[in-house]
Design a protein around this ligand. Structure first.
Ligand SMILES: [Zn+2]
Length: 276
């Protein structure tokens, strides 16, 4: 999550009115092969930050848009390699207002897709403050408890501030050879605030997420978000690539999700005590 820390520093240095310039990390270090995670979920990201496509019976949903610049053709190439057509994307969701998640959005809008772009109000504001007239067009605002249905697929949104003011998380179904599993995708699970009220809300959200029944799968937007004794995204991908018939899906790991939540909750409790 080094990227996000440096983003905060850059944002503070950025003067009002001008849009912040960003230099993406080198492609030679960040390029990764895309892969299919589930029947309806594809990873198209980099060695650090993720982007995903969810397939539905009525088109595609793209989640996060990487760093922009050379990473926009990279994202489109990865889609093509997976047999996914940008023309089929109906919605683009931006889960947090840090540039590594949204910077590709404007070029996608200007040159590649008529899809509708959504983010939470607070993070739209963050993006617009950061990018000025280069900000992506906001088509819709995601609010707590909203759902988005496309074809046979419904996503449930929760606003889980703490990493950014409008960090958006998603509950969604994923399918492994037709078998449905419930997944949780936290849009920003590294706390970036010392405000006790924000920390308390972040903690309450985590404790509420822990009570959601039947979550078996964690979807992550940075490769290293996982319980300390669990594999990172690329280690899981290796296991998925080498999976034998009858083996469990490496992402279907409810204990890993609960362990991760316990660790983040414990860390957040300490942060709250320290902040008060
Ligand atoms: Zn971030």
């Amino acid at each position: 999550m080094k990227t996000c820390l440096s983003v905060l520093t850059l944002s503070l240095l950025c003067c009002a009115g001008a849009h912040a310039q960003r230099t993406p990390p080198p492609m030679s270090e960040m390029a990764r092969e895309p892969f299919q995670v589930f029947d309806n979920l594809y990873f198209l990201g980099t060695g650090e930050v993720a982007s995903y496509v969810i397939t539905t019976s009525d088109g595609l949903i793209l989640i996060d848009t990487l760093y922009g610049g050379p990473y926009t053709p990279y994202l489109l190439d990865n889609m093509r390699e997976m047999g996914l057509d940008i023309a089929d994307v109906k919605y683009v969701l931006i889960l947090q207002g840090h540039w590594d998640h949204y910077m590709g959005a404007r070029t996608l809008q200007d040159e590649h897709t008529d899809a509708l772009f959504g983010a939470a109000e607070e993070d739209w504001k963050m993006i617009e403050a950061d990018q000025g007239d280069r900000a992506p067009r906001r088509d819709f605002v995601i609010e707590e408890g909203d759902t988005l249905t496309l074809g046979d697929t419904t996503l449930h949104f929760e606003i889980t501030p703490g990493h950014t003011p409008g960090t958006t998380s998603i509950r969604l179904p994923v399918f492994d050879n037709g078998q449905r599993h419930e997944a949780y995708f936290h849009g920003g699970s590294a706390l970036r605030s010392d405000d006790p009220a924000v920390i308390a809300e972040f903690l309450a959200d985590l404790e509420r997420i822990k009570q959601i029944p039947d979550i078996e799968v964690q979807i992550i937007n940075h490769y290293d978000i996982h319980a300390s004794n669990a594999d990172n995204l690329f280690e899981r991908a290796e296991r998925l690539a080498n999976r034998q018939p009858g083996d469990p899906h490496p992402w279907v790991a409810p204990d890993d999700f609960q362990n991760w939540l316990d660790e983040v909750i414990a860390d957040t409790q300490e942060r709250l005590v320290a902040a008060q």
